[in-house]
Design a binder for this molecule. Sequence first.
Ligand code: ARG
Length: 297
Amino acid sequence: MHNMSRRSFLKGSSLLAGMGAISLVGCGGGATPAADGGSAQAAPDAAGTIMLVNEGKLTCISNMYFPPFEFMDEKTGEPKGFDIDLSRELAKHMGLEANWTKESNMGFDTLVPTISAVDYSDGTAKGKADIAIAGMTITDKRKQEVDMSDPYLDSNQSLVLRKDSEETLESLNAEGKKIAVQDGTTGEEWARENLPVADASKGIVKLDDIINAMNGLNSTTYDAVITDLPVAKYQIETEKNYADLKVAEGIPTGEQYGIAVSKSNPALLAAINKALKEMVEDGTMKQLQITWFGSEV
Ligand code: ARG
């Protein structure tokens, strides 16, 4: 299908490194915790080594317009979703409590800078949050600014169209086409790299969230949306929120989601990787997938 585009997208991404890591998490074998600069040897939860912005709490940030990973409950205004549950279980496995507040919801493109801005210079954590958990793909670019945990879920991109549309990835790469993406995401990156003609004519429209993108596609403002496949499927096929939209095709990018942690807090990263591994082994991860996807994914 789109092998060329896929390959060029993967170039420079951490696919190989990531795959090695998931087999470690995924098969639950007796491997030692993922090595990260040698810090994995240190007892990850030894007292005083994990610095947290709020004591006893794992304070999280995300971008809450990404169902079923993170979104707001319409009635209560509380965050919910796969990643929210994952954060709560993760915290529990670390002897902490997940901390989500009104300030936890931010623009997706500000998550990585916010985590890397936390100040650990005097041995305590001063800043907004300990981790960003946001269906965030592990990429080399992000790994320059923050550490990423071992992968916890595989994902791909997708092309979303109106049901009556006959557009294809080829036909969309033309002047005058409008393709909506979420700002700062791998979907945006894929679209820019693989739809260069549309991009050159300002046809790749960056929006704050993917719900706006789908609404705009529905009302014919845009010709297509490129977003993570599990999100498109959930909104259109599971929840049936858009009767007139379809997931036209999956785009195999081989992405993997990880949790962003400051580079200055290696003990926290090691503890998170250890907890993730335990959650695979004790069935918590499987249960979360069944809850939010109806089956293991
Ligand atoms: N997986 C994509 C990325 O990492 C999209 C993530 C968007 N997440 C969100 N919570 N809005 O770029």
